[in-house]
Write a protein that binds this ligand. Sequence first.
Ligand code: DOR
Ligand code: ZN
Length: 347
Amino acid sequence: MKITIRQPDDWHLHLRDGDMLNAVVGSSARHFGRALIMPNLVPPVVTGADALAYRERIEQAVAATQTVNGFTPLMTLYLTDTTQAEDVVAAAADGLVLAVKLYPAGATTNSSSGVTDIGKVMPVLEAMAKHDIVLCVHGEVTDPAVDIFDREARFIETVLQPLRLALPELRIVMEHVTTRDGVEYISSSRSHLAGTLTPHHLMINRNHLLVGGIRPHYYCLPIAKREEHRLALVAAACSGDARFFLGTDSAPHTKSSKESDCGCAGVFNAANTLVCVASVFDEANALDQLEAFVSLNGPRWYGLTPNVATLTLTKTAEPNAIPDPVPVADEWVMPFDPARPVYWHVS
Ligand code: DOR
Ligand code: ZN
């Protein structure tokens, strides 16, 4: 079986910097036309000048991989308590950044410079609403009293809904949705709200992470939830609803930093995202919706045209091997193991 679709884009990608950037960028550039690049470097990408310099480093790394698809990095800014509205508006007006990322301080990897109180960034968010600049949110509360499995649902209730009521004109992407609550919240919204879904949250639940031994390579944030939530995510992805689109959240960490006393959050899935997602859609008898999810809904939300190039996926009797570990400096990055045979291949 074969399916040809417009070339996909990745609407949520961590490429890092330096050796790691050079090691992983080819995995994305091989398959994707564009990717929305997350700004959680250390120090973060806060200003337009930071984004410009980072984009140049990414372009150099892409050139060094000699993949010829013309992969385009689309940049984001990292919202801090002290971000200046004028800088955000100018960077968006220049076409330099497509969105601004809100990390609640302490929510995840490299989020210590994030927002400590949404009230502090209201002037920036008001300017973004006025100029139609998209806000991408890491939707988890950080209150230590809130259970890690409840943090997404609590964020919707205590941060997202009040924010949307206060600023109905602000367009928001709830990134890496992991719960039925998130899916239902987005599905029931009238406008100005969309959600990205990751391949790993479409394929694993919390049992994969914790049963029969702890699997550090499945640890990511938001953490994988119960099976009922995974099923809600699959239904949303396969529904054809234009508010849902692919954001891989591919987030490379070295093997030793994952397999450690205090392992880092993040799944490196860039190399096998498309075969994994095709497999999920195939199992759901929804291959006719695959192109919308990976190639059409995202550009539509961001006001861009779909890629002109195409990509062909083939299903064979031979399962696809898990991609090889990627060497970085004297270490490795371990690709996502989808925990089941995947019969799809990128042709
Ligand atoms: O698992 C994650 N890893 N979630 C995030 O939100 C950040 C990411 C990273 O940068 O490693
Ligand atoms: Zn992320």
